[in-house]
Design a binder for this molecule. Structure first.
Ligand code: KG4
Length: 337
């Protein structure tokens, strides 16, 4: 089966083509250069750029996959969560293709897609635990079985990626902040003591306090006319940001001792410190298969949407009659995993 997948939930216009689980093409048109000067994503601009780019990205993905549009059997797309204007562009493109080709639609949850990016590396064994860390989400997801998701821990305020982006903006190191802070940290020292946020026995997270602690640290030093190195602030922040993720993963593994696969997912799973610490931690759990997605599939992409769609299509619960008229608009607001 040929799946054409579309992802447009935030600031990347993405289309991928899969033949079953084999990735034939994966095109990502990034909007970073347009949003960089605002220090974050401008939702209205993101929607307009998706509208401009989506048809070209579809064309390029089809051509790179060496197929023709009429070979497509299913059209998958991200249904949510994300920026509503951005999601709408991808959904309308998917509906238009479904109408044109008379093929079924496969709506996919964005975070489910992130988890299934790891499926390009290896098969999953269940139960599975996923740490989903991105610009908008910080969640621990327990999967009893294929496509069965249960959120067992989540952020009560900011997402970890959002904290990275805000600290980077404060240090004037550009957007997206994650890769910038990750790079700065490599030449910095863990010099400053920052509080461990939500350092308790729950599986929930909180990142707004850590962000405020960095703001206060910088303001106090500036008021005292003390000099500081951005690299040291970055290293001190990254150390705490990752340590709390690791602590909560450890707690979750204690609470769910039957886990067979552990997956890291989302943009922040590209973080070098987090990846190293996860490898180190999972050495104590030889019965668990740790799967870290390829760096190219950590951020937003449509390959992951296509992979998740593949498993949805072959599952018994897939409604093969899901055509344009049966995707209600409110699904964009129904984000439950
Ligand atoms: O998954 P993603 O591409 O988009 C969302 O669905 O949110 O994640 C984007 C987030 C941004 O906050 C970005 O700063 C962060 O992932 N990120 C990183 C790294 N690369 C991207 N955070 C920490 N370290 C990185 N290397």
């Amino acid at each position: 089966m040929i799946i054409l997948a579309i992802e447009s939930s935030c600031d990347d216009t993405c289309v991928a083509i899969l033949k079953d689980k084999e990735l034939l093409s994966n095109v990502v048109s990034s909007q970073i250069e347009f949003h960089n000067k605002y220090g974050g994503v401008m939702p209205e601009l993101a929607s307009r750029l998706h509208i401009e780019k989506i048809t070209y990205v579809i064309k390029e993905a089809v051509s790179k996959a060496n197929i023709s549009l009429k070979d497509v059997d299913y059209i998958a797309f991200t249904v949510g969560p994300g920026l509503v204007g951005s999601l709408h562009v991808g959904m309308q493109a998917a509906k238009t293709l479904a109408l044109l080709l008379n093929k079924p639609l496969v709506p996919i949850h964005h975070l489910a897609g992130h988890i299934y990016a790891a499926r390009f590396i290896r098969e999953f064994k269940f139960p599975l635990l996923a740490l989903v860390v991105s610009g908008g989400n910080t969640e621990l997801v327990y999967m009893e079985d294929e496509l069965k998701f249960k959120i067992v821990g989540q952020t009560l305020d900011d997402a970890v990626g959002e904290a990275y982006d805000k600290v980077s903006r404060l240090l004037q190191s550009g957007y997206p902040g994650g890769p910038a802070i990750d790079k700065l940290s490599k030449s910095g020292e863990i010099k400053y003591h920052l509080p461990m946020p939500k350092n308790d026995d729950s599986l929930d997270f909180s990142y707004s306090g850590l962000k405020s602690a960095v703001i206060n640290l910088i303001h106090n030093m500036e008021q005292r006319k003390e000099s500081y190195k951005k690299e040291d602030i970055a290293a001190s922040f990254q150390n705490v940001a990752c340590n709390i993720l690791i602590k909560k993963v450890k707690l979750a593994l204690k609470r769910y001792p039957n886990i067979k696969t552990f997956v890291a997912a989302g943009g922040v799973s590209a973080n070098s410190c987090l990846r190293e610490k996860l490898v180190e931690l999972l050495k104590d759990y030889p019965q668990i298969d740790l799967i870290l997605p390829n760096l190219s599939l950590c951020g937003d992409n449509a390959a992951m949407i296509g992979m998740c769609a593949y498993y949805k299509i072959i599952s018994s619960s897939y409604d093969n009659d899901l055509t344009i008229s049966s995707i209600p608009q409110y699904e964009l607001e129904d984000f439950s995993l």
